[in-house]
Design a protein around this ligand. Structure first.
Ligand SMILES: Cc1cc2nc3c(=O)[nH]c(=O)nc-3n(C[C@H](O)[C@H](O)[C@H](O)COP(=O)(O)OP(=O)(O)OC[C@H]3O[C@@H](n4cnc5c(N)ncnc54)[C@H](O)[C@@H]3O)c2cc1C
Ligand code: SF4
Length: 553
């Protein structure tokens, strides 16, 4: 591919407008432009380059350089629909070209076969709005493999006895084991578990234009200056631009999907960098704005034809949010581990992926070894409960613990609950005058019980690893989420889902949705590998529909 960049005029009708350039949007842009279509990607955030990234914790975190900014785009929170929502930082996602894949931790697991047909196996669960996927693991397997090879995932095939079948090994070996990985692995084996090298969307070997991981240590929350983290920004977006058919248009905040009198989409309305409204015309629109902003856009796009919001005849837009349950446990050791260096996770175990039904718990999860605190974050929230918070004793504890601590992170299922999700706040507005996102969320009681069980396993593991001090965060109802899953789910039944198995909205022929919102179950954590596999598959399906004239015809 040798072609250069292209720009289109908003009035020019392109084949596809994609809203959002994150994990899913980047893949869709690359695939559709490679398949010969003209594509405009509208991204609300800036187009930052590797040279723009730095390790300034205060700037990155308090000035929200890479993420949604609570002041300009407030979000409100309530636990149940009867409560009044209050403004709260409860949702964080990447707001720049590359989306959340720019600053994420990069754990990259496939879902297992069970995740696609768990409802059939388990049956109904009281309080949960549980369903099977309209596709199987086998349908998605080739696309998981495509993610690993194209985007760049390091790992060791066959290392976990619980892994689902795969058609190809990983394209590169796992990243080196960290100090915490060695202790985790030894302790896990002592307890009879099966730890394995963590699959990561981080290069262990260089690729053209991208370095292997330099272990800079500012990974979670930061952009990678070396292109080693396999974000959409570093991997698929450059490929999309090289086709000469894809324009990435940053600082373009989409606030409405426009339709004609027949209810067909004609393009996306957005605020440009000068806050002028533009309409980018397209034969079809694909929303890939994530599990919070995709449903918000549909709810903002009401009309006489779609009074409940676009593509919302089921009433399912924004519902069934699944953020994955999680809890952090920590241990302090005698000897320095220096785990602040490098990427976050090098060992994981999936022995609890499918819990024994005799435990009375639904779902399952995994444990991983990590230290993802950067210095200021460690000082503010990484010390043991009861540790001194000020003065010489605080400094001593910080000096001692920063190099000697690691976390056993527990992650697991979230059950879909119909009242959990996103709606438009009736009072609070964003800086452009649009209704703010309102999140309603309370964990299903099973998920909290399951996390308590998992936390006990993590503390046992820290004991077996020889931790001198150990503690756990409380298992509590979540009020802050980063995995935004299930809010426009796919399904065969238009009354209980928003999109079909081709990612096409049941209600609108030339509207497609593909991002975290498409997922039907949450897996056991780390959803982005699946989001990108879905995007590769969606691009194939959409290409076939377009070539058969079944989108615009
Ligand atoms: C701190 C953190 C750590 C994480 N670590 C992991 C991990 O280790 N493993 C894992 O699997 N997942 C992880 N995740 C989750 C992961 O980042 C997301 O699951 C994934 O990026 C979601 O992909 P997406 O395509 O749905 O949306 P995103 O990647 O969020 O992309 C959506 C894009 O759409 C843009 N957009 C939104 N609304 C509009 C609009 N109206 N107009 C124009 N553009 C818009 C956004 O700015 C963004 O760029 C992490 C997330 C966070 C926040
Ligand atoms: S730890 Fe590695 S992948 Fe992460 S930001 Fe640093 S160099 Fe990039």
């Amino acid at each position: 591919m040798t072609q250069g960049k292209v720009t289109y005029k908003p009035a020019e009708e392109v084949d596809f407008v994609i809203v959002g350039s994150g994990a899913a949007g980047g893949v869709l842009a690359k695939e559709l432009s490679t398949n010969g279509f003209s594509v405009v990607v509208l991204e609300q955030g800036p187009y930052l380059r590797e040279s723009d990234f730095n390790h300034d914790e205060t700037k990155v975190f308090t000035q929200h350089l890479l993420t949604n900014e609570p002041k300009r785009q407030p979000v409100t929170f309530r636990k149940i629909p009867q409560d009044t929502a209050k403004t709260q930082t409860c949702v964080i996602y990447g707001r720049c070209v590359g989306g959340s894949s720019v600053h994420f931790t990069a754990n990259y697991w496939r879902l297992h076969e069970i995740d696609f047909r768990e409802h059939s196996k388990t049956g109904d669960i009281p309080g949960a709005n549980f369903a099977d996927w309209p596709i199987t693991y086998a349908d998605l397997e080739p696309y998981y493999t495509k993610v690993e090879w194209e985007v760049g995932v390091s790992g060791l095939a066959g290392a976990s006895p619980f892994d689902p079948p795969r058609s190809k090994p990983y394209p590169m070996p796992p990243l080196p084991v960290k100090g915490c990985g060695v202790l985790f692995e030894r302790a896990a084996r002592k307890l009879g578990y099966h730890p394995f090298p963590a699959p990561m969307a981080i290069l262990s070997q260089p690729r053209p234009g991208r370095s292997a991981c330099m272990n800079c240590g500012f990974c979670l929350g930061f952009g990678c200056e070396f292109g080693a983290k396999s974000s959409s920004l570093s991997s698929v977006i450059p490929m999309a631009e090289k086709t000469g058919r894809c324009e990435i248009r940053p600082n373009s905040y989409v606030h409405r999907i426009e339709i004609d009198k027949k209810g067909r989409v004609i393009g996306a309305l957005y605020f440009d960098a000068k806050r002028n409204t533009q309409l980018q015309r397209a034969k079809a629109v694909i929303l890939a704005a994530n599990g919070a902003e995709t449903p918000r856009l549909l709810l903002l796009s009401t009309s006489n034809l779609f009074p409940q919001g676009l593509a919302n005849s089921s009433g399912y837009v924004g519902k069934n949010l699944m953020p994955n349950s999680n809890v952090v446990t920590c241990g302090v050791f005698d000897e320095p581990l220096n785990d602040y260096k490098g990427f976050a996770v090098s060992r994981v175990l999936h022995d609890f992926y499918e819990l024994d039904p005799k435990l009375g718990l639904y779902g399952g999860g995994g444990l991983d070894a990590r230290y993802d605190f950067t210095p200021i974050a460690a000082a503010l929230s990484g010390m043991p409960p009861g540790a001194p918070k000020w003065g010489a004793d605080f400094k001593k504890t910080l000096r001692q613990n920063f190099t000697r601590t690691f976390e056993v992170f527990c992650h697991g299922t979230s059950l879909p609950v119909e009242s959990n999700g996103f709606t438009l706040d009736p009072q609070v507005k964003d800086a452009w005058g649009l209704p703010a996102l309102r999140m309603t969320f309370r964990d299903h009681p099973n998920d909290l019980k399951m996390m308590s069980w998992m936390k006990d396993r993590a503390l046992e593991l820290l004991d077996a690893a020889g931790a001198k001090t150990k503690w756990s965060n409380p298992v509590a109802e979540q009020e802050f989420v980063v995995h935004l899953l299930g809010t426009c789910r796919m399904g065969n039944d238009p009354k209980r889902s928003v999109i079909d198995a081709d990612h096409r909205a049941h209600d609108v022929k030339n509207l497609f949705l593909c991002d975290g919102s498409s997922m039907v179950t949450s897996g056991r954590g780390q959803p982005t590998m699946t989001i990108q596999a879905l995007a590769y598959r969606a691009a194939d399906r959409i290409t076939a529909l377009a070539k058969r004239g079944e989108i615009s015809g």
